[in-house]
Design a protein around this ligand. Structure first.
Ligand SMILES: [Zn+2]
Ligand SMILES: [Zn+2]
Length: 268
């Protein structure tokens, strides 16, 4: 496949410290011409910006505060983020969000931090990269408080990455102007409910991601994931959406460009 964008990877992870350059070269060889690097802890922000500067034709980054670290939220941190998102390498804010499954930080700490960060995205025009695990009712409530519908003058407020909700969640997020991030789990045999939700949401609100090094697609389960594995996810999603793989690639790449304001000049 050609012309794919991996909208969500964590190449700053220590599991890539030995071969980060080769990982990006393999991605390009597999048709993944752009990667959005996600730095979800303030300690990782500088490295993500540096990686984007080192590979300006292929890497951009998003800086955020994962719900795991919501207890680090403070006005000074928001001020630092407000400065950093002005850098040309930074195309989004996230991960931010809610995680009621794995986070040790409680919901009462996560919710206000998430709302402040999401309001910043809304007011600044920076797209939000939202993480939501086991918290879809609360996510719908937060989105419903902050957004009345899609943004004026562009298509998306942000993305609900690694979407794992049901049909109702998918349509709710889509209709408010969010796209849904699709990764390895769409290839897992038992995930018929997820596939149905994505099919009903439709390809005009879907973007592809690997969430590397996490969530490898079915044929690589148990291994380290990397952006070069994106075509397996794209092919499965094309079947779900009943599109030719090339058509799915073109649509999801156009969505990714609209989401992050990515330039067209480096298209294959
Ligand atoms: Zn996440
Ligand atoms: Zn992630």
């Amino acid at each position: 496949m050609k012309g794919l964008v991996d909208t969500h990877a964590h190449l700053g992870d220590a599991r890539f410290s030995e071969d980060r350059e080769q990982v990006l070269d393999r991605a390009a060889a597999a048709g993944v011409f752009r990667v959005v690097e996600i730095a979800d802890a303030p300690a990782d922000w500088a490295a993500a910006v540096a990686l984007s500067r080192a590979r300006p034709a292929s890497v951009r980054c998003s800086l955020g505060l994962h719900p795991y670290y919501a207890d680090q939220f403070a006005p000074a941190l928001l001020a630092e983020l407000e400065r950093k998102v002005l850098l040309p390498e930074v195309v989004g804010v996230g991960e931010i969000g809610l995680d009621y499954v794995k986070a040790e930080t409680g919901a009462e700490t996560q919710r206000p931090a998430f709302e402040r960060l999401l309001a910043f995205c809304r007011d600044s025009g920076k797209p939000a990269v939202i993480h939501c695990r086991g918290a879809y009712p609360d996510l719908r409530a937060v989105l419903g408080r902050l957004f009345q519908g899609p943004p004026a003058g562009r298509r998306f407020w942000g993305v609900v990455h690694c979407f794992s909700g049901d049909v109702r969640d998918a349509l709710y997020c889509r209709d408010l102007g969010f796209c849904l991030g699709v990764d390895g789990p769409v290839t897992y045999p038992k995930n018929d409910g997820l596939r149905e939700a994505l099919r009903q949401a439709g390809p005009d609100c879907l973007v592809l991601e690997t969430d590397s090094p996490y969530l490898p697609p079915q044929t690589l389960r148990g291994k380290r994931n990397e952006p070069a594995n994106l075509p397996e996810i794209a092919r499965r999603l094309a079947e779900v959406c009943r599109l030719a793989p090339e058509e799915l690639a073109a649509k999801t790449t156009a969505n990714a460009r609209a989401l992050f304001g990515l330039p067209k000049d480096t298209a294959p």
